[in-house]
Design a protein around this ligand. Structure first.
Ligand SMILES: *Cc1c(COP(=O)(O)O)cnc(C)c1O
Length: 356
């Protein structure tokens, strides 16, 4: 039985992505060689990375003046690489979760960091509001989707300075207004590809403004100049990313992906809100993530939480255990997850509730 995969990351990929990757591992581009054993400088692989970059630009409607990079090191590497390249003096951040606070910690190594707001004292269960983004900062950094806590900022804020965002877990789930951004980055393993590659989209004119020397591998300009091939890029995840991007385009692009994601999330949130047994940890609907839905059992039923995980496992539902720092449940509804899987989960919730 094919499982219903709700893992938070690495996470579900489309069958199209996995099959084509499996085929290429056996015989890549009819070369009679595996994708795992060819030169990244072969014309066949050059075609892969070129098409992948072009599709990112097309799907996200990225204007002129931006570069698409495929880098190693994960989103966590960007927590330091980004301020290394863009933070000349002072930057503003908001603290909306573990990833955001990791980014803040690294940025402090490079300059002054204003933490404008934090929801830490409330267990990061909401998105802070009412803060003012200063004009005299190099950039304002935020995490669009807080994967662990299930909160999300689904609009591009109006700011008097350039925006920079960690979009690791919700990129390709909504249109983005790139005119507001200097840089966006995303680890691939949530909505794009297997782990190992990070997508970075950076504005040319944002670079070259810091005085510090930057190590070659951590300088965006190195990778721009060499088309992400200064060193050996993560060949396999880039190939898989291309498959996912082709699949996204075939489905109808970002607006269709967003429609599907909202449909899936609404279906699950409606079930949680109408249940006596389950309750959402994020209460303001405006802050609720459409990618990661976090919920717990109400105090009366709390002792049944472990039992529910087992009950789900019997139905092929995997990956719904909440992050160890939050507890309860987290259902990740990334682009590749079908609505049918959400319906199976909701049926399990309803059945479990009527048994108890
Ligand atoms: C998963 C995740 C990260 C960490 O990504 P790595 O590639 O493991 O470094 C960072 N930010 C967000 C929002 C994430 O969801």
């Amino acid at each position: 039985m094919k499982k219903h995969n709700f893992y938070a990351g690495p996470s579900i990929l489309s069958e199209y992505t996995i099959r084509n990757t499996a085929d290429a591992i056996i015989n890549f581009a009819d070369m009679g060689l595996s994708l795992l054993e060819i030169s990244h400088r072969s014309k066949q692989f050059q075609a892969v990375i070129d098409e992948a970059s072009a599709l990112v630009k097309e799907l996200l409607d990225i204007p002129e003046g931006f570069h698409v990079l495929w880098l190693g090191g994960g989103a966590s590497m960007q927590f330091c690489m980004l301020p290394y390249n863009l933070l000349a003096k002072r930057a503003a951040y908001i603290d909306t979760g573990t990833w955001a606070s990791n980014a803040i910690k690294e940025a402090r190594l490079f300059g002054e960091v204003d933490v404008l707001a934090s929801s830490k004292e409330a267990g990061y269960t909401y998105i802070p509001k009412g803060f003012t983004i200063p004009a005299d900062v190099d950039y304002f950094h935020f995490t669009t989707n807080n994967t662990i806590y299930g909160t999300e900022i689904r609009t591009d804020p109006d700011a008097p300075c350039p925006l920079v965002a960690d979009m690791s877990s919700d990129i390709f789930s909504r249109p983005i207004d790139f005119s507001k951004y200097d840089a966006v980055y995303a680890g691939a393993q949530k909505n794009l590809a297997p782990a190992g590659v990070t997508l970075v989209i950076v504005r040319e004119s944002a670079l070259g403004k810091v005085d510090r020397p930057i190590p070659t591998m951590l300088d965006y300009r190195t990778h721009i100049k060499k088309g992400s091939m200064f060193n050996t890029p993560p060949v396999l995840p880039i190939f898989s990313a291309l498959q996912t991007l082709r699949y996204y385009k075939e489905l109808g692009g970002i607006t269709e992906l967003e429609r599907r994601d909202i449909e899936k999330a609404s279906y699950l949130y409606d079930a949680i809100d109408s249940s006596k047994m389950f309750t959402g940890t994020v209460t303001d609907p405006a802050d609720r993530s459409i990618m990661n839905v976090c919920f717990v059992m109400t105090p009366e039923y709390k002792h049944l939480e472990a039992g529910f995980i087992d009950f789900c496992a019997e139905r092929g539902i995997v990956g719904i255990k909440g992050h160890r720092s939050v507890g309860g449940f987290r259902a990740s509804l990334y682009n590749a997850l079908p609505l049918e899987s959400v319906k199976v989960l909701v049926d399990a919730m309803n059945d479990f509730e009527s048994i108890h």
